[in-house]
Each structure stands twice: as structure tokens, then as C-alpha cells.
Design a protein around this ligand. Structure first.
Ligand code: CIZ
Length: 307
């Protein structure tokens, strides 16, 4: 009860400061429910950054992990981008550095380097083209067929994209520790509890898991699949708080997490209190050296041109 009153006051203060600072609040699909509820936009990282860039807001509060806030800063250099907790990193993005991409390029002469959005701005600056989990196959299909493809940093998304496009690739050995927690036996267990359920999993899952799914889709793809598919129960193989949005937008359908262990500890670092503090102080700001931002933007724009 006391906590409820306190939370209500925090939300009111967030709304007031948002107006005062001409801010827009972006919330990733994996954020905790109460943070999802205060977002102006909720979605995947690219979708959010593109929507924010199209507004006339002066400040972006990015409730997500660090590379996502960087993507917003790449697309909106004139806006102040704030992340409520700068310690909210992404282990997958941290598994590769710019020097690794340079080495891969030297080891694979003439290659095209495709990089998942889950990379730092400094790594994006070394890529030829970016991709998201929603468009990785489309991006790879658009590439010159005579050139070798190097895919970084997620080996599971790379393997799935190579299978879908029938294109051999050199992979980097990165992975998302949260999605890697989802195991084939979790899917079998859920399927025996809900025999008619449809299984949708994220392409960051292990190949042993993706091959058991009815749909292998990004978070935006999951929202579409859930809406358009005539089933009562869905088994969901991604970060656990995706279920909150799926429930909210699909009353009458049931969403069961494939594994309750698929919790991203970094996404959970963002709380309403931290959103309020970041609006009070307009920090910590995410900044990118202009020389890196311009090169990273080129890789992002190449992707945007073909989707
Ligand atoms: O880019 C995103 O938001 C991520 C990491 C995944 C997704 O499928 O939305």
C-alpha cells in the first residue's frame, strides 16, 4: 500500500519532468512491467531509436541496455540521450571489440562484415552493414554472392541466418547468456503441459531450440505472430518480461515462458526510481565521438536502405 502511493508519486514526477525537459521515454520489450507502463514508445532497439529520431524531443531516456542507447545517439546526434543506469550493459555486445572485426577482415580478404545491432558504436563503425534479428536474412540475401560473409557477434543468430539463406558464413563466437539458458528439454516440458501450444523462440536461442519451434522470430515478430496466429497458448522462448507485453496486447491468449531462467539481469537494472533520477539530473548521458558515430551510422543506414 505505502509502496503503491510511493510509486504513484514517482510516476507523476516522471511525467512532469518529462514535459519540462521535452523528453521522450523509450522502453525495450525486455524491461520490467512498471517501466514498460511509463514508456512513450515500447519496442525493439532499432524501432525505438528510429521513432525517437522522428520526434522533436530534445532528450531521450532509453530504458534498455547500453548499446541500445548508443543506437539512439547514432541516429539522433542533436538529442541528449540518457540511460538511467550506465551499468546496464549487454554481455553479447561486450564479447567483441573493434580490433576483432579488423582481424576478421584481414583473415577473410574481400569479405562483407555483417554485424548484429547488439554491438557497441565502436564495433558498428567497423562493419559493412548492420542487421537486427528481424531482418538478418533479408540483409544477408542482399549481399554480393561472390564475396565471403563474416557475421558478428552472435553465433546462434549467424547459424540460423546461414540456414535460412543457405549462405555459408564465418561466425564470431558470441552468444546471449540469457537466451542460452533456454534448453530443448524446457520446450519438451512446456509442450507436454500444453499439447496444442505454438512455440515461438528468438533466433538468439541455441540451434537445438530453434529447430523445435513453430516460429523463430524477433520480439517484434513475436508480437505479430501472436496476434495473427489462431492458437490459445504460446510457449515463448525469449527474455521473460516479453510475456508482459504479449499478455497486455492479446487478451484471451495464454503465454508461457519456455524457461523462467531467461532473465536478463542488465535489463532489470532500470527501475522507475532510476528513470526519475535520470530526468532530474539529465545524466548519465551516452555520447559517441563524431568520427565513430558517422561510420556507425553508415552501417545502420545501409541496413535501413534494404529493409
Ligand atoms: O534489438 C533488439 O531490440 C533485440 C536485442 C532483440 C529483438 O528481437 O528485439
Amino acid at each position: 500500500m505505502v509502496r503503491d502511493i510511493f510509486m504513484k508519486q514517482i510516476i507523476e514526477s516522471i511525467q512532469k519532468l518529462k514535459q519540462k525537459n521535452h523528453a521522450v521515454i523509450l522502453v525495450h520489450n525486455y524491461q520490467i512491467p512498471e517501466v514498460q507502463d511509463i514508456g512513450d514508445f515500447i519496442g525493439d532497439s532499432l524501432e525505438l531509436s528510429r521513432k525517437a529520431a522522428a520526434t522533436d524531443a530534445e532528450v531521450i531516456i532509453f530504458c534498455g541496455v547500453h548499446f541500445m542507447a548508443e543506437t539512439a545517439a547514432i541516429l539522433s546526434p542533436e538529442k541528449k540521450v540518457i540511460i538511467p543506469d550506465p551499468a546496464a550493459g549487454c554481455p553479447l555486445a561486450e564479447m567483441i571489440e573493434p580490433k576483432d572485426v579488423i582481424r576478421l577482415r584481414n583473415e577473410n580478404p574481400g569479405c562483407i562484415v555483417v554485424g548484429y545491432v547488439n554491438t557497441s558504436a565502436a564495433v558498428k563503425a567497423e562493419l559493412d552493414i548492420c542487421c537486427t534479428s528481424a531482418n538478418a536474412s533479408k540483409v544477408v540475401m542482399s549481399l554480393d554472392k561472390n564475396k565471403p560473409v563474416v557475421f558478428v557477434p552472435d553465433k546462434y543468430l549467424a547459424a540460423y541466418t546461414a540456414f535460412k539463406t543457405n549462405r555459408p558464413m564465418v561466425y564470431w563466437n558470441g552468444y546471449c547468456p540469457t537466451h542460452a539458458k533456454i534448453l530443448p528439454q524446457d520446450i519438451f516440458k512446456c509442450k507436454s503441459a500444453y499439447p496444442g501450444a505454438k512455440v515461438m523462440v528468438h533466433p538468439e536461442c541455441r540451434p537445438e531450440v530453434t529447430k523445435l519451434a513453430d516460429a523463430v522470430v524477433s520480439t517484434s515478430g513475436m508480437l505479430k505472430y501472436a496476434k495473427e496466429t489462431d492458437a490459445e497458448v504460446f510457449i515463448v522462448g525469449t527474455e521473460i518480461d516479453m510475456i508482459y507485453r504479449l499478455n497486455k496486447e492479446n487478451p484471451g491468449k495464454k503465454f508461457v515462458p519456455a524457461s523462467k531462467l531467461a532473465v536478463c539481469p542488465n535489463m532489470k537494472k532500470i527501475t522507475l526510481e532510476k528513470v526519475l533520477w535520470s530526468l532530474e539530473e539529465l545524466k548519465p548521458q551516452v555520447t559517441i565521438p563524431e568520427e565513430i558515430r558517422v561510420r556507425a551510422l553508415a552501417a545502420v543506414n545501409k541496413m535501413i536502405q534494404i529493409i
